[in-house]
Design a protein around this ligand. Sequence first.
Ligand code: ZN
Length: 173
Amino acid sequence: MASSSSYTNSPCAACKFLRRKCMPDCIFAPYFPPEEPQKFANVHKIFGASNVSKLLNEVLPHQREDAVNSLAYEAEARMKDPVYGCVGAISVLQRQVIRLQKELDATNADLMRYACNEIPDSHFGRRNNSGHGTGSGGSDSFGQNSGLYFSSPWNNVDPCGDSTRERGSEGNM
Ligand SMILES: [Zn+2]
């Protein structure tokens, strides 16, 4: 925020690190304030100051801040994990997303099963309560009695019909 005053007061983190005079048109100054010396130190160690300068000159001015933030993030990750860098963090997060998605799917399937079993048998005389869809023709009456089980945002389809279809019975397709 104090980037304009930092031209005159003190050199930017890059120029201070490189021990050179920080000129008013310094390309590093807006993105490497003197208060964050480690940011430039990391980026310089991993990418090299001249490469960063070249890259900043190639991208449009409004993209430079994002570019620097990305470089700083990648450099920091590379310092912490020299082998994988930020790819390590990304793959950990991707595995986490996959694991949580499976957990969510399993929980949703459980919810649907419980929702189907909650329906009293007296309303569906021809349907046995085991939930395995021999009586899958009754999907219309499910829609009419939808107040018996709570509707959830993730199932726009009939919950009982969907869960039996997932379980591998060929149904009415
Ligand atoms: Zn500078």
